[in-house]
Design a protein around this ligand. Structure first.
Ligand code: SF4
Length: 440
């Protein structure tokens, strides 16, 4: 079909949004090709995240920066989707006259119709449905993403956990699993098109339940693992309360499942965990990690931490600091608590002063970056197998690959290596990635 323009998609937030952006691209595939930058776009689409207040502010300040582009090209369409759109809806059109179109997290399939409405009728449009009982996929891989060797596949959406700080159940809805028949067929099609690695995505993958067959997450892992041509299988996110011995055993025995798990801790004080409504204690978390490391000795863990949750004291924060040293995470994504509208925590007194949160966060990040650097140093001189995923973002002529256990490695090489499994020898350790050379 004829292409009518160029689209620039800016994605904020989590893997789920990265996946949704791929899906958006697939739905626009017969009308738009990807623009290299916003300057050359006919459609600018912001796929937003509302997990943190700061991300929301970033969206509005970014919209403001598009004004000169809109002045130059009044036909330019600015669309806002994702979680901020789901939450604010019409409010975004009211707040920013630059925005033409707003669509919710359950309305991605409507995007071509909404664009028609905007283009043909000249109306500013907003479509938000509260919930949909379908988990859809990008199905046929779009031109824009077909050649990527590592792909995301959504297996469920929404969440029933209602952790006290989290807005996800409000903007993504209740937990709904996708039939495994659809998931398998999407993975098969991606593998046929060159994908070697698949990440199964959901807010809480451990509670996956096939609505047709009743299969659980382990059954699904077994099915995906047996797909011919797939080399690596990952999944995210696992809630610690649902991370079971059975799942650990499946991770250890299934050949494609990678030796890495993202297991969000959030805090290492039972008092704070209780306030967050996380449904596990530190000791329960600790024993699960021990069982995992017994079963898979080279497994690496990453995590999420929130600092400054209402009622958190310095002594609670110190527990988190010493737990980081005890567990030696490969990496941690850490954030200052900010109350999100509608959540249980938004009704609590935000008792930790902002200046205290602002002090704790870099303290924690500094400790974690030392731990990451030690882990990187331990790998100096070793040979690692990496999946070459693309070019290093900042360094020209450098390729970027990832080990099964999630270390990021840069090395010189030619672009025709992208999509292959290659052995590299580590010759420099950095804070974020390792540097290496290809083993001939
Ligand atoms: S498990 Fe908790 S933190 Fe994770 S998406 Fe659900 S409510 Fe949010």
């Amino acid at each position: 079909m004829e292409e009518t323009g160029k689209v620039f998609i800016k994605t904020f937030g989590c893997q789920m949004n990265v996946y949704d952006s791929e899906k958006i691209m697939a739905y626009l595939d017969d009308r738009y090709i990807e623009a290299a930058s916003e300057d050359e776009a006919d459609l600018i689409l912001l796929n937003t995240c509302s997990v943190r207040g700061k991300a929301e502010q970033k969206v509005f300040s970014m919209i403001g920066r598009f004004k000169p582009l809109k002045d130059l090209n009044p036909e330019l369409i600015i669309a806002v989707g994702g979680c901020v759109a789901q939450q604010e809806g019409q409010g975004i059109l009211d707040r920013s006259p630059l925005v033409d179109l707003v669509f919710g997290t359950h309305n991605i399939e409507d995007l071509p119709d909404l664009l028609d409405e905007r283009i043909r009728k000249g109306k500013r449009v907003c479509r938000i449905i509260e919930e949909s009982d379908k988990v859809t996929s990008a199905q046929a891989p779009s031109r824009a993403v077909v050649s990527k060797p590592a792909r995301l596949v959504t297996i469920m959406k929404g969440c029933d956990n209602f952790c006290a700080y989290c807005i996800v159940p409000f903007v993504r809805g209740r937990e709904i699993s996708r039939p495994s028949v659809e998931i398998i067929s999407e993975v098969e099609s991606l593998v046929e098109n060159g994908a070697l690695e698949i990440t199964l995505l959901g807010q809480n993958v451990n509670s996956y339940r096939d609505p047709e067959s009743g299969d659980d997450f382990i059954d699904l892992l077994e099915k995906v693992d047996s797909i011919h041509g797939l080399s690596r299988l990952r999944f995210v996110t696992s809630h610690p309360k649902d991370f079971s011995v059975e799942l650990i055993n499946a991770m250890a025995s299934l050949e494609t499942v990678c030796e890495h798990i993202h297991l969000p801790l959030q805090a290492a004080s039972d008092r704070v965990l209780g306030g967050m409504k996380r449904s596990y204690t530190l000791n329960e978390y600790r024993s699960k990690v021990a069982a995992l490391r017994d079963a898979i000795p080279d497994v690496e863990l990453t995590s999420d931490i929130i600092v400054g949750f209402p009622g958190e004291k310095r002594s609670d924060f110190d527990k988190t600091m010493s737990f980081l040293t005890e567990i030696r995470y490969q990496n941690v994504f850490s954030f200052r608590f900010s109350p999100r509208p509608g959540t249980a925590a938004s009704r609590l007194e935000d008792s930790v002063p902002e200046r205290v949160k602002k002090g704790w966060l870099p303290e924690l990040q500094h400790l974690q970056s030392e731990i990451t650097a030690w882990k990187h140093e331990d790998l100096l001189g070793s040979t690692l197998e990496v999946l070459v995923e693309g070019t290093g973002k900042k360094e020209n002529g450098m390729l970027e690959g990832r080990t099964r256990n999630n270390f990021i490695v840069h090395f010189p090489g030619s672009e025709d290596m992208i999509g292959s499994l290659t052995n590299v020898k580590v010759n420099r350790s950095g804070k974020i990635h390792l540097e290496s050379e290809v083993v001939k």
